[in-house]
Ligand binder design. Structure first.
Ligand code: SAH
Length: 377
């Protein structure tokens, strides 16, 4: 026991300031005997001005700069691959310090630019239609690794010097289940929404979950942001098969958690539901009708996602005509429904195609044992 404590004390690695939200940054500066306003100054340098060299931070004293050199770093992953799709989607594969790789995708649209960010190396949830799940799970990303995706994308898009290539929205819909990396995701979202950093409004940051109910409750208490729930099925039998997490958190309880979330948020908020359209599996008119019943009373934005195929998936996307019929039934019931266009599929950047390079350390059959997720709830 004492040996462990000693090890902790002696390995004082320089702290990566990139991942600190403002409360954490303020704590850091008061710990080193500085005024807490240094936190907003340095947040601005890092995230708004893109500066990572302490020497360039001209409003910090020389002594503080020297101290930071000694005790802290601002460090990002390396860009291992940078690809541009013919539709303007740009994908980066980032190499982390331990050799794992994650993916980040920028999706330009006429009125916005969305960055799709990863939260874990791989994913433990094993949804049957998602290629990230097939890779297995390695570990959570640190808050620095999460926010570095926004920092890097912002910088690299700026360098393009082209109009319309600006990040206006962030979705945590890349690799991983954000709500199983709770603390780091909350810190990173705080940085995204901080006026001294990226200043994204609550409607422009979306955390997507397959339905980790205790964490949905807790994030609703901490943050005012958008929640997306990956639904994909209207009854437990089918959802157990597509999203195995459903065995732990079934639909009825999930819907109750969605209602609780909405009650905690500011007015006019709604939940985005994601529904991947699988040919002959969940795309029949009766499924649409069940969906309407299930979501009754929940302010909803329904996102129908044509299935993006990958080798060995065993699924096919519903044909466009079927998706249209499905979406018509929902819209006739006054449900706001959007069919998501497939973007960046020529560079494998579409939903469910992000695989990075994951050294799977999980044992599949054990994936649902609670402590493995390291969730502090
Ligand atoms: N784990 C979180 C975050 C990942 S978001 C979640 O489940 O919400 C990724 C989104 O893409 C999810 O809605 C997921 O269900 C969807 N998706 C996964 N594989 C897909 C595929 N092959 N085609 C289309 N959408 C897919």
């Amino acid at each position: 026991m004492s040996a462990t404590i000693q090890t902790d004390k002696t390995t004082t690695q320089p702290l990566n300031l990139l991942g600190l939200d403002r409360p954490a940054m303020q704590d850091y500066f008061s710990e080193i005997g500085e005024k807490t306003f240094r936190a907003s100054q340095i947040t601005k340098w890092i995230h708004q001005l893109g500066v990572t060299d302490f020497d360039q931070m001209s409003n910090l004293s020389k002594a503080l700069r020297a101290e930071l050199h000694e005790k802290a770093v601002i460090r990002m992953p390396e860009v291992a691959l940078d690809e541009l799709s013919r539709d303007g989607t740009r994908k980066w594969v980032l190499q982390l310090e331990d050799g794992n790789r994650i993916e980040t995708v920028f999706i330009p649209e006429s009125d916005r630019g969305t960055l799709c960010v990863s939260s874990q190396v791989g994913c433990a949830l094993d949804c049957s239609f998602c290629s990230t799940g097939r890779q297995g799970f390695n570990r959570n990303l640190s808050s620095a690794e999460i926010i570095s995706q926004l920092w890097l994308a912002n910088k690299l898009l700026n360098e393009e010097k082209k109009p319309g290539r600006k990040i206006t929205n962030v979705v945590l819909m890349g690799m991983g289940e954000p709500l199983l990396n709770f603390d780091n995701v909350v810190s990173a979202v705080r940085v995204m929404m901080d006026d001294f950093a990226y200043g994204l409004s609550k409607r422009r940051v979306t955390v997507s979950t397959a339905g980790v109910i205790p964490a949905m409750d807790r994030i609703g208490d901490l943050l005012d942001m958008r929640l997306a729930v990956s639904l994909h099925a209207t009854n437990d039998e089918l959802r157990n098969e597509l999203v195995p997490l459903n065995k732990k958190y079934p639909l009825k309880e999930l819907m109750a958690a969605c209602r609780r979330f909405i009650d905690k948020q500011s007015s006019r908020s709604r939940i985005t539901f994601e529904y991947v359209m699988l040919d002959g599996i969940n795309d029949q008119p009766e499924h649409a009708r069940e969906l309407i019943k299930l979501l009754k009373g929940i302010p909803t934005l329904m996102n129908l996602i044509p299935f993006n195929p990958f080798p060995g998936s065993g699924y096919r996307s519903s044909p466009a005509s079927q998706i249209e019929r499905f979406s018509d039934i929902l819209m006739r019931a006054d449900m706001t429904t959007v069919v998501r266009r497939t973007r960046g599929d020529d560079i494998d950047a579409a939903c469910g195609q992000l695989i990075g390079k994951v050294d799977d350390r999980s044992r599949r059959e054990k994936r649902f044992v609670e402590p493995r997720f390291g969730m502090r709830l």
